[in-house]
Design a binder for this molecule. Sequence first.
Ligand code: 2P0
Length: 321
Amino acid sequence: MQTATAPRRASAYAPSNIALSKYWGKRDQARNLPLNSSLSISLAEWGSHTEIVPAEDGADRVWLNGAALDAETPFAAKALRFADLFRAGRDAPLHIRTRNTIPTAAGLASSASGFAALTRALVSAFGLELSERDMSLIARLGSGSAARSLWHGFVRWDRGTAPDGGDSLAAPLDVHWPAFRIAIVAVDTGPKSMTSRDGMNHTVATSPLFATWPQTAEADCAAIETAVRAQDLPKLGALAEANALAMHATMLAARPALSYLKPESWAVLERLWRARAEGLQAFATMDAGANVKLIFEQTDSADVLAAFPQAEIIAPFSVQN
Ligand code: 2P0
């Protein structure tokens, strides 16, 4: 990237996101190129605020939620390496301050919103005029799912086909669905057993079930997009739940097995399935962690809370891009 000016102070916000059709497996590790397309819903005010300040003390420094990080901690090292893409070899020491508004108790990863906010803040700090499309491409280099966190609402990341990844980027869907809700049912907020990157690579390398995943996931992504556009919650929910369970099945078949789900996650699923048999229109999705996320419509909020009193409900369309 060519940067013409010295950096100036800049800040940006990006929401976190939950995939309804999952990204699991890379065809190119260095560029975070996925084996399949994915589709997500952004989490409104749950995300990352990032500020870039040119360092007057001449030293790169990173803060996370107010705490200064050692330059060697994985988040700081990754953020500074990412800033190097913008510095392009020039001497431009930076202070990077990130504050996550995602409740710690929700146990959600923040790398998607973190790298999307960092991308927006760096683009602004270096005075670059980039399209949102270009920003999605760049955010992807920080973390794959960050490509989807540039926007609110539903976002689809096309896997692309170009070897250099020039067409592997996300775009928002023109769908406004104010009644759509997502709930986080926190099960376990401790550190996860394996990073997503390592988990994906282990699954791709050793799971005999992975052979069918890219094709299944691509078909799910197309069907999920159709259900989102039709605002058909039962269809979307059934597809999203099946897609998430298929992803976890590929991990369970890895050798040795990889299981992010805990007994409590399965207990939440059992309770959901019982409630659904009694008429509740809510569906589950799970990521690289033990927590369960539910999708439903606003009219079912009270019933979701009755079944899952600890659920935190998010209204994704309470904010606009
Ligand atoms: C997703 N996950 O689509 C999937 C589902 C977790 C399970 O994207 O290695 O942090 O930085 O590209 O984006 C989490 O993986 O991984 C993720 P990298 P990322 O949301």
